[in-house]
Design a protein around this ligand. Structure first.
Ligand code: ZN
Length: 70
């Protein structure tokens, strides 16, 4: 089960992005801006958790694709 985090930065157009910490995502912010949201079985569950912190949180298209392809 992958560990997820949500970006504390509010990205223009994207809002707060949820990242899979094991995906090696190129858009992952530096650790200072990573808010850990724990282990989740899938993206739907991780984004749901992220919504507890940021209502505009959404899955990062970059690492979500990486995980789906592996
Ligand atoms: Zn990502």
């Amino acid at each position: 089960m992958p560990m997820f985090c949500v970006d504390k930065n509010d990205r223009p157009r994207f809002g707060h992005q949820v990242h899979d910490l094991e995906a090696g995502c190129v858009r992952l912010p530096v650790s200072y801006f990573q808010l850990p949201i724990g282990f989740h079985p899938d993206w739907e569950d991780a984004v749901k958790e992220a919504h507890e912190y940021y209502t505009d949180a959404s899955a990062c298209s970059c690492c979500k694709v990486t995980v789906a392809a592996s």
